[in-house]
Write a protein that binds this ligand. Structure first.
Ligand SMILES: [Zn+2]
Length: 120
């Protein structure tokens, strides 16, 4: 049986998008209460009835989210452009090696926007 599971993580951070044209509001220092939806997909283990234990997901993802929480994202190593698109890819690249079942990262910067990344 193939299923998808998601777990939601949250963090607060500031950033600036310096490459945008003068006058764009995102050039200014500002912050978001980010929501990160981590999705995995695959075949359920019939012995456990799980695809993956949510606790194991947390053990892998939480330390990565902690690298971003209450930080200025422009200072995070490897995150040269701090748009939601590049943030989704940065999180993917840090989680995927430890979590092969990872199938999607969704970043919500606000209550009305989201960005989905499913790898290259
Ligand atoms: Zn922003």
């Amino acid at each position: 049986m193939k299923v998808k599971l998601t777990k939601i993580f949250r963090f607060e951070a500031s950033h600036r998008l310096d490459h945008l044209p003068e006058g764009h509001p995102c050039r200014h220092m500002h912050g978001h209460s980010y929501q990160v939806i981590v999705e995995i997909s695959g075949q359920v283990n019939p012995d456990t009835g799980f695809l993956m234990d949510y606790g194991d997901m947390k053990d892998i993802v939480k330390p990565i989210i902690d690298e971003l929480d209450h930080k200025h994202l422009n200072d995070v190593e490897g995150l040269n452009i701090t748009s939601a698109v590049y943030l989704a890819r940065w999180i993917w690249e840090h989680i995927k090696p430890q979590m092969p079942l990872l199938s999607r990262i969704t970043i919500c910067e606000t209550g009305s926007t989201s960005c989905e990344y499913e790898g290259e």
